[in-house]
Design a protein around this ligand. Sequence first.
Ligand SMILES: *[C@@H]1O[C@H](CO)[C@@H](O)[C@H](O)[C@H]1NC(C)=O
Ligand SMILES: *[C@@H]1O[C@H](CO)[C@@H](O)[C@H](O)[C@H]1NC(C)=O
Length: 394
Amino acid sequence: MLASSSNTASSVNTASVWRGKGLWGAVVVVFATLLAPVVAAVLVYHLDSFDPSPIPLQELSSVAPVAASMVNDHMLEGAEFLGKGQLEGPEDIAYDAKSQVIYTGCRDGWIKRVTVNESSAEAQVQNFVNTGGSPLGLVFGHNNELIVADASKGLLNISEGGAVELLTDGAEDLKFKLTDAVDVAEDGIIYFTDASYKYDVHHAVWDFLEGRPYGRLCSYNPVTKETKVLVRDLYFANGVAVSPDQNYVILCETPRRRCRKINIQGEKKGEIETFVDDLPGYPDNIHYDGEGHYWIAFPWGIAKGWEMAYRYPFIRKIRALLVKYVGRPNMEKNAGVFVVDLEGKPVAHYYEPELSMITSGIKIQNYLYCGSIKYQFIIRNNLDQYPAHHSSYK
Ligand SMILES: *[C@@H]1O[C@H](CO)[C@@H](O)[C@H](O)[C@H]1NC(C)=O
Ligand SMILES: *[C@@H]1O[C@H](CO)[C@@H](O)[C@H](O)[C@H]1NC(C)=O
């Protein structure tokens, strides 16, 4: 009744009330949409127990990297793709010069034999052995055996006939979690890395995000069957290569963008020296070519995002939360191979903006062969036809 008697007035009032509510509604909606996620994010940030560590300043690499005078910044030009579709993330490469066969370890546990036809990009791929784990680094031993750093199994010996034997899977009462790379010295001692005793191969990014040095360099003596820890507290201990004079081991610490020299003979035995710092990428496997050069694979070139993250733990925490709740963005670029001489001086840099996750580079005759944990092939570059050129980049 009242309503009908003051119909006009009430509808005017209702309209103005609703106009007011509309404003408040909008404010609430804006707050809810903008603030709620912020509040939720802050809560998640504080409640999540992941605790990245500050990285000591002296451990951080410089933003101004070293540079090589010879550069090929489009290494995909003229590249060939070997074993396309038959190799699931061929991480590392070992070459058997006698049979001229390439061996590579894949993500599906298979170690494959790749026979390359010199005059074409055709390659025959055969299954050799499945380790049931994640074979990463490979090297031939002195008895034609293949020694494998299997991320989930440990250090393996695979005989010529394909028999698999576990050599070691831990040291000093601490199991390996991510056995990563391996090389063998002339005296038969095997040098290898456990990139992290905390995170396995599927969670390697967490090691980078946490920023604590869980890596170790170890040796295994096949005569005494003893495993020794040579260096501990390494940041994601990755590639290893015994120097041609057998005096030291070069070791790559991926997130620190550096390779170090660990003396294994002579007066300086046990001493750790700088080999090369401030690399223009994050070093993975390293291979000596028998001709005075080490070939260091970069899964990605310098990434400003990662460099900032290494400086500020809270950025790593935010990244960790994104990885955990949203997924991992694929931001890695400029993968390739960096060549240094016996003193660690830069010589050449092969890369390609579009490439990521190149994990090994090895020179065989006049070709560069690259393995990758991501692609389904081995990349081959003819170094005579597509060489690195003198570059003005400094
Ligand atoms: C290698 O490739 C070339 C060119 O395709 C072919 O003529 C030759 O028969 C191949 N050789 C072998 C051993 O497969
Ligand atoms: C690997 O096994 C083979 C075959 O049993 C053996 O001849 C070789 O010495 C072993 N290598 C190592 C490093 O234990």
